[in-house]
Design a binder for this molecule. Sequence first.
Ligand code: UD1
Ligand code: CA
Length: 455
Amino acid sequence: MVWQNDVCSVILAAGSGRRICSEKPKIFREVLFKPLVNLVFENCKKAKIKEICFVCAGDGLGVLKGYFKEEASYVIQEEKLGTAHATAQAVPFLKASGKKDVLVLLADVPFIDAQTIEDAYFVHKKRENDVTVIAATLQNPFGYGRIEYANDRIKIVEEKDATDTQRAIKQVNSGALWFNVSALLAILERVDNKNASGEYYITTAVNLLTKTGCYLAEDANIILGANTNEQLLTLNEVAKDRVISYHSCNGVEFLSKDGVMIGADVKIGKGTQIFPGVTIKGSCQIGEDCVVTSGTFIEDSNIGDNCQIKSSYIESSVIACGVSVGPFAHIRAGCEIEDGVKVGNYVEVKNSYIGAKTKIAHHNYVGDCSVGFGVNLGCGVVVANYDGEEKHKSKIEDDVFIGCNSNLIAPVTIRRGAFVAAGSTITENIEENGFAIARARQETKPNYKRKRKGQ
Ligand code: UD1
Ligand code: CA
């Protein structure tokens, strides 16, 4: 039988996050674009713990249910009276689940990974502990519960209650605790709030239990919490460094770590070069041997091999191989761009299909349009898709050439091989291989001399 069948988890997520000075509840603040609480939940899922219960504030319930739906249970903590009080709200869940052990996690401690959870569990079982504290040694332990050892037992002292000697202790409580459920249920009622904060601490429950122990994490970074904005920044830096190291080991070339923010779910092929100041977030796949230069922002998009993405913004789109984008282009949601396309500087493309080898090279807007193979849109060509009330779709077939500064007023279809003269405003369809010119004829007046003042 797998060990996960014997366990469940309670995630404490009801705190107010006063110290973070933000309107947004702390547990929804993000590390590498993911809310803290989602990271904690993902770790639990990766450890294959099936029964998970959130203890949340009334106003956080809707958001949490929106994220995790039926994958978790939810209980509300009406008043924030401390971490033991929060855990006590999950007693009915613990009794109903009938599991032997519970992992209590804090929603503001996002890096306790699946391997640590599992390793700590086996230490917990081997020693038959009532509680096993996942701990680490921090150079700056400020704010964390310090761990003292006496007569084979541990005692956790919170920052506010610690003496100077205790504050000097560097071994700290991560907040992630494996409890024997019966031991926890028996002790919770005995936890009081006689401490500097007047809160019911879960760490007091640890201090009241007999068989206590620690699992010391080797990488101290995994226990970092997010109590202040500065700590949140540190978490982002740690996460960012990890992601960059991971991709570096897999053959991605970073010129610098400066300003590079890559989401944990992003995939990047080997040989791809990433300049400083690049953001790639959400569900993205970047191919091999691409170059992504500074200022680029890519979200929820797939990009093939050998692409050049120069200081551009790309959202919810699919780009094939050998495509050149930018500098300073904007590929908005819903674009599909085929092999060898060039989308040049100051170009915006939205909700459009662009066939292979097409060139949209300078100062263009292409919206709600299907563009074929080998098309050339001259400088400043605009597909005017909006009539002030509705958006309309247009079609430009293969091998069409559209001269500079032309406007295509949607809906309009330009058939294969057609040619549009520069400066035209096209309002009607053009047949295959047709030539359209839609501009006023030039008039030149002879012997015209501009009169100057005083002449
Ligand atoms: C806690 C631990 C401390 C540990 C540190 C690790 C206690 C008493 N202290 O301190 O030993 O080193 O985490 O980061 O447990 N919460 C509720 N309801 C409440 C209070 C808190 O759900 O009434 C939730 C919060 O949303 C938060 C978590 O519990 O996610 C931790 O609470 P917080 O106040 O941040 O505890 P710390 O002071 O950081
Ligand atoms: Ca905390």
